[in-house]
Design a binder for this molecule. Structure first.
Ligand SMILES: NC(=O)C1=CN([C@@H]2O[C@H](COP(=O)(O)OP(=O)(O)OC[C@H]3O[C@@H](n4cnc5c(N)ncnc54)[C@H](OP(=O)(O)O)[C@@H]3O)[C@@H](O)[C@H]2O)C=CC1
Ligand SMILES: O=C(O)CCC(=O)C(=O)O
Ligand SMILES: [Mg+2]
Length: 473
């Protein structure tokens, strides 16, 4: 079945039932070491995870690691250009849950991203990237502890689908000709716009199915959070890209107010309901005036539309959501993408789950990680309905590769997410405690050491792993 690898003799498979993992006490988990700093980070991560599982379960549970290959290591074993061998895909499909270090993607020409390919092949449609602060971590922000968000990034479509044509290519030029001569002129709203002839062309598909399954998962996650964090913000640039990013927002609200009608309230609904709670006799028009900035300057048709919206909300959900009951629901709101980048810095405590499309989530997860201490502290998970691959937010950081200096924190914390996904909370808690206490004692790698005041002598990558284990207690 496998060409060049052999699964461990001991261990059993994780299976999935209704999208949830069914986990034996000795699961076989494939891992990809990763390129660049993967060579430093993976051994540190494996050591910490094994130590936590051993301490938490005293031999009753353990992970049987299964080494599989991707990136440079795969080419060494399988031959030139064999970046993602079939063996690796078979193993991940068979065992369901995997963890990986970062993999290199060349800019411009060359292979497309192996990281993105894995997400697409296994339909891991939700990229979940929590950004929370560990006390003692140096940060460029005054109050980094106020940020506690989870980026929920759609992981399979948007421009990451990778459908694009090089400038000057035959098909690219044909496409531009068809667009300029037929399709754009046939769409009156595009007026006299034309695509410059020397353009590269990329396609940005955003589907209703893809958007809604992501938002569905985000709302389900919000329902498990403490009451004050039960919020999902739909992040989009819908003012500019109306039928892709704007549609993501609309489909998100549509899903929230249909499938999760009893569990959610939209921000606009919350304003309408609270206006009536403050003033039970408020007219529909006055309520509309209070929720719609510039109401008095709207055309009569527009005004009537807003009044109708107020009426519909009150008629449909006052009984279930009124009299303050909406405060117990998951709040669903939306923010324009550029604005959310400043909002997480200026008003971090107002946000919880940030549901995004692929590109926005990529940018936003690096930015949010920076606030809580940098890319060394940014874990992640790629989750689908029948498999999951855990990996950090950061890349291969090539200039630090092989120096035993990089911060393994994000892959270790990705391992914590994996343990939680398996339901092994005791082991996950041990790692979180060890990592928190190491940082609180200023036992940190170079990235955090250089920001501490006064600066401290940095630990090596491997020493940081040992410090985490020592702090298990
Ligand atoms: N999922 C994946 O596997 C990903 C892969 N990539 C790929 O990785 C390669 C390199 O990308 P690049 O743009 O340099 O981005 P990287 O995220 O690899 O690194 C950028 C910088 O971030 C800091 N950093 C990254 N990882 C850590 C860490 N573990 N601890 C502390 N600091 C860290 C370092 O900053 P400093 O030097 O200032 O300390 C580093 O130079 C590219 O081929 C890219 O495509 C990128 C992102 C995700
Ligand atoms: O795959 C890559 O090279 C980059 C992907 C990336 O930046 C991410 O998923 O955050
Ligand atoms: Mg990224």
């Amino acid at each position: 079945m496998y060409e060049k690898i052999t699964p461990p003799a001991a261990g059993a498979k994780i299976t999935f039932k209704n999208g949830e993992p069914v986990v034996p006490d000795n699961p076989i988990i494939p891992f990809i070491r990763g390129d660049g700093t993967g060579i430093d980070i993976w051994p540190a991560t494996q050591k910490v995870l094994d130590a936590a599982v051993a301490k938490a379960y005293k031999g009753q549970r353990q992970i049987s690691w299964f080494k599989v290959y991707a990136g440079d290591e795969a080419c060494d074993l399988y031959g030139t250009y064999q970046y993602l061998p079939q063996d690796t895909l078979t193993a991940i499909e068979e065992y369901g849950v995997a963890i990986k270090g970062p993999l290199t993607t060349p800019i411009g020409g060359g292979i497309r991203s192996l990281n993105v390919a894995l997400r697409q092949i296994f339909d891991l449609y939700a990229c979940v990237r929590p950004c929370r602060y560990y006390a003692g971590t140096p940060s460029p922000h005054k109050n980094p502890e106020k940020l506690d968000v989870i980026v929920y990034r759609e992981n399979t479509e948007d421009i990451y689908l990778g459908i694009e044509w090089r400038q000057g290519s035959e098909i690219g030029d044909r496409l531009i000709k068809i667009l300029n001569e037929e399709l754009i002129p046939a769409t009156p709203e595009h007026g006299k716009k034309r695509i410059p002839l020397d353009s590269g062309i990329g396609i940005k598909p955003i589907s209703k199915t893809g958007s809604q399954r992501l938002v569905r998962r985000a709302i389900k996650h919000a329902l498990l959070l403490p009451k004050n964090k039960q919020q999902v913000t739909l992040v989009h640039k819908g003012n500019i890209m109306k039928y892709t990013e704007g549609a993501f927002r609309d489909w998100g609200y549509e899903l929230a107010t249909s499938e999760f009608r009893q569990e959610t309230v939209t921000e606009q609904e919350s304003w309408i309901l609270s206006n009536k709670e403050k003033n039970p006799n408020i007219s529909l028009e006055e309520n509309a005036r209070q929720i719609e900035p510039g109401f008095d300057n709207l055309t009569p048709d527009k005004k009537a539309q807003v009044v109708k919206e107020v009426e519909t909300v009150l008629n449909s959900i006052w009984a279930t959501h009124g009299d303050g009951k909406w405060k117990e629901k998951v709040l669903v709101n939306d923010r324009i993408a550029d604005s959310i980048f400043q909002q997480i810095q200026t008003r971090p405590d107002e946000y919880s789950i940030l549901a995004t499309m692929n590109l926005n989530g990529d940018y936003l997860s690096d930015a949010a990680a920076a606030i809580v201490g940098g890319l060394g502290m940014g874990p992640g998970a790629n989750i689908g309905d029948s498999s999951a691959i855990f990996e950090a937010t950061h890349g291969t950081a090539p200039k630090h590769a092989g120096l035993d200096r990089i911060n393994p924190g994000s892959v270790i914390l990705s391992g914590v997410m994996m343990l939680e996904f398996l339901g092994w909370q005791e082991a996950a808690d041990l790692v979180k405690k060890g990592l928190s206490d190491a940082i609180a004692n200023s036992q940190v790698t170079y990235d955090l050491a250089r920001l501490l005041e006064p600066p401290v002598e940095p630990l090596k990558c491997s020493e940081f792993a040992d410090a985490i284990i020592q702090h298990f207690g």
